[in-house]
Write a protein that binds this ligand. Structure first.
Ligand code: IDP
Ligand code: MG
Length: 142
């Protein structure tokens, strides 16, 4: 059983779509192991998006991600990392098929509603980055 890290981004909360997005994860059978609201900081984002730091639009991404608090979640299930990425669709919302979260709710490549871990190693690193011991629970499905 894998666990992945989700961030409901500022555009998701601004559009009052948190419930819809969480509902899609619950409908897919995933179990919520952790959930909290947080104001992201520049330091945390520079670590989280270290693969984008050199890009000219990095400051815009940081500004967007700090523009209001986000909801961080840890959700678990079989193959959840890949399956959640499939539910999201590609990074660019304008290229995401209808029926995916980004295709239905996203605006463009930056305003794309949800972050999700992209592999086993990043999921492990992100769990440590966003959740302290005691903030993650082992909850049986069903
Ligand atoms: P991902 O969120 O689909 O894993 P990443 O390449 O890891 O995509 O990029 C992280 C976030 O940075 C994206 O979700 C998006 O918000 C933003 N981003 C990525 N590429 C661009 C771009 O070309 N222009 C503006 N923002 C971008
Ligand atoms: Mg990514």
């Amino acid at each position: 059983m894998e666990t992945t890290v989700i961030l409901l981004k500022p555009d998701c909360l601004a559009a009052a779509k948190a419930g819809e997005v969480i509902g899609r994860f619950e409908a897919a059978g995933f179990v919520i192991r952790g959930c909290k609201m947080m104001q992201l900081t520049s330091d945390l984002l520079r670590e989280h998006y270290s693969h984008l730091l050199q890009l000219p639009f990095y400051p815009e991404i940081e500004g967007f991600m700090m523009s209001r608090p986000v909801i961080a979640m840890a959700i678990a299930g079989d193959n959840v990392i890949e399956r959640v990425r499939d539910l999201l669709g590609p990074t660019n919302s304008t290229k995401a098929p209808k029926g995916t979260i980004r295709g239905d709710l996203g605006k463009d490549v930056m305003h794309n509603v949800v972050h999700a871990s992209d592999g086993l190693e990043t999921a492990a690193a992100e769990l440590k980055r966003f959740f302290a011991d005691g903030e993650l629970f082992d909850i049986p499905a069903g």
